[in-house]
Design a protein around this ligand. Structure first.
Ligand code: DQA
Length: 144
């Protein structure tokens, strides 16, 4: 089993970006955590990050073509990107699971973060558990 773990804008600066909200660990620490957990769960993961909406949509389309389940942290695109939502919807309506993850709990933050245009087309949503949100998503996908 392969899983694509896709990350949106500004997540490359984890550890330096608002550490009180997102923690002290870097994106590369997050990658290592995901690889270790994937090893234990016996799945192959590809972990990627981009600041570009178009690149993120290309990666969802690639996952659609290869029928690869996705763990997606859409970052700020969560709140307004209908183009990303359409790509995610294409995936999940084709029966390919997509889990939306967040490090923080957007519902406990500013009002604009309380809207996700992705959640209603995602297979499930995991938020607020720090970097463990990704591990919980990996476990959820591998148990399906
Ligand atoms: C985030 C929450 C979003 O609101 C924010 O724009 C991010 C990160 C999270 O993982 O908590 O960039 O997706």
């Amino acid at each position: 089993m392969k899983i694509n773990v896709l990350n949106g804008p500004n997540l490359n600066l984890l550890g330096r970006r608002e550490p009180d909200v997102y923690g002290m660990e870097s994106f590369s620490d997050l990658e290592q955590l995901i690889f270790k957990s994937a090893d234990e769960l016996d799945v192959v993961v590809s972990v990627r990050q981009t600041n570009s909406e178009s690149e993120l949509i290309d990666w969802i389309q690639e996952s659609f073509e290869s029928k690869t389940p996705v763990i997606l942290n859409p970052a700020a695109f969560t709140h307004y990107s209908y183009a990303l939502r359409d790509a995610c919807s294409m995936l999940t309506t084709a029966g390919i699971p997509l889990i939306e993850v967040h490090i923080s709990n957007p519902h406990a933050r500013e009002e604009f973060r309380q809207t996700s245009v992705i959640s209603s087309v995602a297979t499930g949503v995991i938020a607020g558990f720090g970097h463990s949100s990704y591990i919980l998503a990996l476990k959820a996908l591998t148990q399906r």
